[in-house]
Design a protein around this ligand. Structure first.
Ligand code: NDP
Length: 239
């Protein structure tokens, strides 16, 4: 049966691959981004693209209202939108720190909070949060980003406990390094350094993260909740 799926940041990178995976399976997919455009790769599917800055609660509310009217309330929510503002601690301003927390952690809160009322009433739902291996391992120059991604783990596990009795699972997918715009800014030297620490010796393709997200939203994953699933080529060794 076709399900209403929302993927935040579904216009490019990992979110695009996730949206594509659900659309390919015949689900009703809505994507959000700050532009609200339908990316070329999704043009052949009947995907609903909605403009929504997750830093703005009113835009999140309006996006959900539109999705609910067109596809029904999302029963699968993938909170994928995120940013980096990397710099070493001594140079990191409070704005660098709080803007990353506001998008990656509080933005996820805004989206999940808006989704959860209808899911709780329906006694059904799947929530998948996209964290990062560095949320658990730490990373120099990414104190803001790592803190936001670690925060998602505590957030997800608290909700897994709150929502479990209503048949809603809440899980975290923790990618390592993935070929997207976010990692394209890294120098070739840094890329080589990263890859040398990855047992599988390469970056992930976005589709390799998407397949895990799709699994967590499937009937086969009905008994998995509060989990952090690494998709990192072994970089975090299970963490
Ligand atoms: P990209 O930079 O390619 O894409 C980021 C996405 O997030 C875009 O769709 C962007 O939308 C959206 N976004 C950012 N800020 C906002 C906002 N305020 N409101 C709405 N949408 C926003 O990143 P990736 O695809 O690489 O990353 C996706 C997720 O995966 C992120 O959470 C990231 O932290 C995580 N991740 C990525 C890894 C990697 O190696 N690439 C590794 C581990 C985790 P817009 O087009 O409007 O800017």
């Amino acid at each position: 049966m076709s399900r209403s799926v929302l993927v935040t940041g579904g216009n490019r990178g990992i979110g695009l691959a996730i949206a594509q995976a659900f659309a390919e399976a015949g689900d009703k997919v809505a994507i959000t981004s700050r532009s609200g455009e339908v990316p070329e790769a999704l043009a052949k599917y009947d995907v609903l693209a909605v403009r929504c800055d997750i830093n703005d609660g009113a835009q999140v509310d309006a996006a959900f209202t539109e999705i609910e009217a067109q596809h029904g309330a999302p029963e699968i929510v993938v909170a994928n939108a995120g940013i980096t503002k990397d710099t070493l601690m001594l140079r990191m301003t409070e704005a660098d720190f709080s803007s990353v927390i506001d998008t990656n952690l509080t933005g996820t809160f805004r989206v999940v909070k808006r989704a959860s009322g209808k899911m709780l009433r329906a006694r059904k739902g799947r929530i998948v949060l996209i964290s990062s291996v560095v949320g658990l391992t730490g990373s120099p120059g990414q104190a803001n980003y790592s803190a936001s991604k670690a925060g998602l783990v505590g957030f997800a596990r608290s909700l897994a406990r709150e929502f479990g009795p209503r048949n809603i699972t809440v899980n975290v997918v923790s990618p390592g390094f993935v070929d997207t715009d976010m990692t394209a800014v890294l120098s070739e030297e840094r890329r080589k350094e990263i890859v040398s620490g990855v047992p599988l010796g390469r970056y992930a393709a976005p589709a390799e993260v998407a397949s895990t997200v799709r699994f967590l939203a499937s009937d086969e994953a009905a008994y998995i909740t509060g989990a952090v699933i690494p998709v990192d080529g072994g970089l975090g060794m299970g963490h």
